[in-house]
Design a protein around this ligand. Structure first.
Ligand code: NAG
Ligand code: NAG
Ligand code: NAG
Ligand code: NAG
Ligand code: NAG
Ligand code: NAG
Ligand code: NAG
Ligand code: NAG
Length: 401
């Protein structure tokens, strides 16, 4: 009994007090169904990230369930408050789940998302050069770091620094020449800063195990941030289906992040979804179904992406359940995230209904969303002309479709 019960509930709600967030759908199309127009949509990726939002004092996301065709079979419903102001979905993990779920949402006739703020709220691995476990991060960029050529470490020449080479290039420091369009997403930096400042009001959770584990990073002065306590950071998220780990890949993907963002991106967290979510929202924004300048990407740090000095990379990932970052990272999704959600709701009339103008470029590497600021990364200039891209595409025969 999911959406059917909920619809009855909505109907009952509407008969008494009509909420500003619920507007009647075209009645001839679907009697008894209403369009939900959320102010905030929380994007969770799996159960622990989702469940931390239930049984909280601020609102009840399980009052209205909307079954959305195209969602994961494991997570078929969007969950909303009865007034439809705050909703949540669970994408399922990794890029394909995220892309398909979010694409399905943005085309669901049950939702009007034109003024909705989306907040990706998940856990991720963390770069000890930038932050520590249990920290909370807000991204300006999402980088699809594994969209590259890859050779096994057993096959690479000795002058390679990792097995990864940007697509269409022949060295790690050459800008990728073969562009698929999802390599980099840039979000609204003004909103990123507002969200991070809301989150800074929270007292973050930590654990005894995390305190012990992060102290191991002290011998390397590069890892000063790893040794410090959890805090709120503005830094960027790397997306990869492959759950990579270790100093070589962490450094290689940090380098790649800098390369594709023309020097401004700072790789600090890992995720398996954010670029896919970004692409689905970008395509919806191109049709004006969503506003791409209303996206917040929050990742809390559950584990280090590389070992401490003297530890094997495999030990850090596979044999260190004692990192202790997972429980506080989950807690901090709520503790920091609730400040963002209530900050948006409380400031709706004064600020957020009208939107937060971005002073930076927002969008993808193609420049799909026309009319904004000048793109500050990438050599790719989008053209509707059937013939090619504005850059010479090297070795196009190596494209995989
Ligand atoms: C919504 O779904 C959740 C489980 O996913 C359930 O616990 C809750 O009772 C449902 N709410 C309604 C109003 O049916
Ligand atoms: C590695 O060395 C070869 C042979 O000197 C050279 O052609 C190639 O560009 C080098 N590759 C990198 C990634 O440095
Ligand atoms: C973190 O959260 C857990 C679970 O709610 C709680 O037991 C613990 O006391 C909290 N620790 C800190 C440092 O806030
Ligand atoms: C990352 O970039 C630095 C500076 O260019 C370089 O020295 C290092 O070898 C690179 N590391 C990897 C793993 O690519
Ligand atoms: C925001 O505006 C709406 C519609 O004008 C009004 O009903 C509501 O009370 C306002 N909320 C606040 C917090 O001022
Ligand atoms: C945002 O930009 C639009 C268009 O340039 C402008 O009309 C609006 O006043 C700006 N809003 C704020 C809050 O600065
Ligand atoms: C970004 O860097 C590449 C080379 O790495 C360059 O071709 C491109 O023009 C730069 N883009 C911007 C917007 O500066
Ligand atoms: C991946 O997501 C990040 C931020 O979430 C964005 O900056 C980047 O452009 C995205 N890349 C692709 C290829 O979608």
């Amino acid at each position: 009994m999911r959406s059917f019960t909920s619809l009855a509930l909505v109907a009952a709600t509407l008969s008494s007090a009509v909420s500003a967030s619920l507007v009647p759908a075209r009645i001839q199309e679907r009697a008894l169904e209403y369009v939900v127009k959320p102010k905030v949509f929380i994007i969770s990726m799996f159960d622990p990230e989702a469940e931390i939002w239930y049984n909280i004092p601020e609102f009840n996301l399980l009052e209205l369930n909307v079954t959305v065709p195209g969602f994961s079979p494991l997570f078929p419903d969007a969950h909303c408050t009865a007034d439809g102001e705050v909703c949540q979905l669970i994408t399922g993990e990794s890029e394909i789940n995220a892309a398909v779920t979010v694409s399905s949402l943005v085309r669901s006739p049950r939702f009007d998302l034109t003024t909705t703020y989306f907040m990706v709220a998940g856990i991720g691995g963390v770069n000890p050069e930038v932050a520590t476990i249990a920290s909370v991060t807000f991204a300006r960029y999402a980088i699809q770091v594994a969209l590259q050529y890859e050779f096994s470490q057993f096959d690479i020449p000795t002058n390679y620094t990792s097995g990864y080479i940007p697509q269409g290039s022949d060295s790690a420091d050459e800008y990728p020449q073969s562009i698929y369009g999802t390599e980099v997403f840039e979000f609204n930096q003004d909103l990123q800063k507002i969200a991070a400042n809301f989150a800074r009001k929270a007292t973050l959770n930590d654990s005894d195990d995390a305190i012990v584990y992060r102290a191991n990073y002290a011998p390397n002065p590069l890892y000063a941030a790893a040794v410090a306590g959890p805090a709120v950071y503005e830094c960027d998220v790397a997306t990869s289906d492959t759950y990579f780990s270790g100093t070589t890949l962490g450094t290689a993907f940090g380098n790649y992040t800098k390369l594709v963002t023309n020097g401004t991106g700072v790789y600090c967290t890992t995720a398996q979804e954010d670029n896919a979510t970004g692409e689905a929202l970008l395509r919806a924004a191109a049709e004006k179904l969503v506003d791409f300048s209303r996206i917040i990407v929050m990742r809390t740090a559950s584990d280090f992406d590389r070992p401490y000095p003297g530890e094997a990379a495999t030990t850090n990932l596979l044999y260190s359940p004692g990192q202790g970052g997972f429980p506080p990272a989950i807690q901090n999704i709520y503790l920091a995230g609730i400040e963002v959600v209530t900050g948006i709701l409380d400031g709706w009339n004064s600020t957020f209904a009208a939107g937060v103008n971005a002073s930076n470029y927002v969008g993808d590497i193609f420049g799909t969303l026309q009319g904004g600021k000048t793109q500050d990364f990438g050599p790719y200039v989008f053209s509707n002309a059937v013939t090619k891209r504005s850059i010479p595409v090297k070795r196009t025969y190596t494209h995989r479709y």
